[in-house]
Design a protein around this ligand. Structure first.
Ligand code: MLC
Ligand code: AMP
Length: 508
């Protein structure tokens, strides 16, 4: 049987000459393909030496670095399950993920070792390593003691590769279980659909704890044996400076907005670039048009999610059609997409309804939540994305809204129910509502509207200040208002649409 381990396919795509540069960093380090092979072998041998049970989770909350990327690859290579965590998460958030996922290994930044290891050991995790973004930490020290040769673990396509936490509709985060087959099939489709060619060079400027940076960008480059210019964090000037040596860039819309804010973004700067891809949040038509005017390039917008990786894409090749701003293109080859109303009827072109999908890229279910998993699938096996949209007469998919209560801020998801839960627990708070309003940089940001308990005095700044100590920074409402009442419908439900309307011009 052919080994279905995703790492085996990525490794097979390495160039023949392993001494070529695979990754170049913004602090002027160069890693060869041989370095990737040897370091992932050593880390995989370290994981193997721990004699972990099959399917063990490796939870990782570290700053972006090439070694962090290697740890992901080593986890695949060893046949363990990668569980990436946003570096902004604080202790209450980390406590939940570790308790829920029960990882066998936790890897954290050296500066967080004190509090993360305490949480991990209390939850029963036996191995906690550190990994800094400057090639330090116990993970590398321990891995250095292992051989740099390793037989890639033999897996089937249904074996788990990663768990990505996401909240979907309501309640606590759910771990979306992605298999080797999900990831590899999607990466192969994208390699062809986006026309990757020998010699392509990717500018990697996204975080590596979400689908976009970890899977779409990374797998794209690796499966093509392409060099990456690796930026530890997004810096528009560095991206523009890298463009003459690169050909592909991927970003969330905020990255495009910030690049457009740079005078250095010119036709001359992008002369060698082949493709600009955007996704994870709606790309405003103004950004799409301005990009085309300024650079002569038409951004290719695509659509996906943690549970499904990539679902649709605007065409790359002109013969397949135009790249249309305001649309997310066509379902990718192998992806089924339909629009249904709430009664479950299929809707014709141009009618708006819930987007449902199926395909080899659709996840296996939510980690230890069979009921939640069942709720999100239809009886005939289609996944309910929670996105609302339509397919137009030409077959392009348009996303017009979300049935899930979700704010996408700078490409990160913020779940109002979670933030409201924290606000409601604060002393003096009777009730709260968090709504998303337009923002010129982040696309959308959260605004909290709070009612005080009778007799209590609430200061908006104090509410925000208290949240900052508890929640990841991107979840903090950008503004807070204390009001006497919230608009409600006849059922008593808060009418968030009216709040969104009221505060829509806040950041104009
Ligand atoms: C940072 N801040 C944010 C924020 N990022 N606030 C709201 N939304 C965000 N996304 C806060 C900081 O905490 C800080 O607050 C203030 O904003 C200014 O920070 P900054 O220095 O400007 O932020 P920066 O570090 O530059 O980060 C901005 C960013 C980053 C856009 C580079 O958010 C980012 O990398 N976004 C990409 C997310 C991503 O990869 N998504 C893919 C998901 S996958 P304060 O108060 O502390 O000063 C997916 C599926 C798919 O969705 O289809 O791809
Ligand atoms: P996540 O759960 O973090 O993977 O976020 C997935 C969600 O991001 C999707 O369900 C969509 O709501 C949204 N999304 C991703 N790509 C796009 C896009 N191109 N346009 C609009 N929304 C998008």
């Amino acid at each position: 049987m052919k080994n279905q381990n995703l790492f085996a396919a990525l490794r097979a795509a390495f160039p023949k000459d392993l001494d070529q540069v695979a990754v170049e960093t913004d602090d002027e380090l160069a890693y060869s393909w041989r370095d990737l092979d040897r370091a992932t072998a050593m880390m995989a041998n370290l994981l193997a030496s721990l004699k972990l049970p099959a399917g063990s989770r490796i939870a990782v909350q570290v700053e972006k670095s090439v070694e962090a990327m290697m740890l992901y690859l080593a986890t695949l290579r060893a046949g363990c399950v990668f569980l990436p965590l946003n570096t902004a998460y604080q202790s209450a958030e980390i406590e939940y993920f570790i308790a829920n996922a029960e990882p066998a290994v936790v890897v954290c930044s050296p500066k967080n070792f004190g509090w993360v290891s305490k949480i991990a050991f209390q939850a029963g995790t036996q191995n906690v390593f550190t990994l800094g973004d400057d090639r330090t930490g116990s993970l590398l020290d321990r891995a250095a003691q292992h051989s740099d040769r390793h037989e890639v673990a033999v897996l089937g396509e249904d074996d788990l590769a990663a768990i990505l936490y996401t909240s979907g509709t309501t309640g606590r985060s759910k771990g979306a279980m992605l298999t080797h087959g999900n990831l590899l099939s999607n990466a192969q489709v994208l390699k062809d659909y986006w026309g990757w060619v020998p010699g392509d060079v990717l500018i990697h400027a996204l975080p590596i704890f979400h689908v976009h940076g970890l899977f779409v960008a990374l797998h794209g480059a690796l499966l093509n044996g392409s060099k990456m210019i690796w930026l530890g964090r997004f810096d528009p000037k560095k991206v523009i400076a890298a463009m003459p040596r690169a050909s592909v860039f991927m970003g969330v819309p905020t990255l495009y907005v910030r690049l457009l804010g740079e005078t250095g973004l010119t036709r001359e700067a992008v002369r060698n670039m082949r493709l600009f891809i955007a996704g994870s949040a709606p790309l405003l038509i103004e950004t799409f048009n301005e990009w085309r005017e300024r650079t002569g390039h038409t951004i290719l917008e695509r659509y996906g999610m943690s549970e499904t990786i990539m679902l649709t894409s605007n065409p790359y090749r002109p013969e397949q059609g135009d790249r249309r701003g305001g649309t997310v293109g066509f379902p990718l080859p192998g992806v089924g997409l339909r629009i249904r109303d709430e009664q479950g009827n299929d809707l014709p072109a141009e009618d708006i309804g819930g987007i449902q999908v199926r395909g080899p890229n659709v996840f296996k279910g939510y980690w230890r939540m069979p009921e939640k998993t069942a709720e999100e699938f239809t009886a005939d096996g289609w996944f309910r994305t929670g996105d609302v949209g339509k397919v137009d007469g030409l077959g392009y998919v348009h996303i017009v809204g979300r049935s899930k209560d979700l704010i996408i801020s700078g490409g990160y998801n913020v779940y109002p129910a979670e933030i409201e839960g924290f606000i409601n627990e604060l002393p003096g708070v009777a009730e709260s509502a968090l709504v998303g309003v337009p923002h010129p940089d982040f696309g959308e940001v959260g605004v909290a509207v709070v009612i005080a308990k009778p007799g209590a005095k609430l200061e908006p700044e104090a509410v925000v200040g208290t949240l900052k100590a508890k929640l990841a920074n991107f979840k903090i409402p950008k503004r807070c208002f204390v009001v006497d009442e919230l608009p409600r419908n006849t059922m008593g439900k808060v009418q968030k649409n009216l709040l969104r309307e009221q505060y829509k011009a806040l950041f104009d």
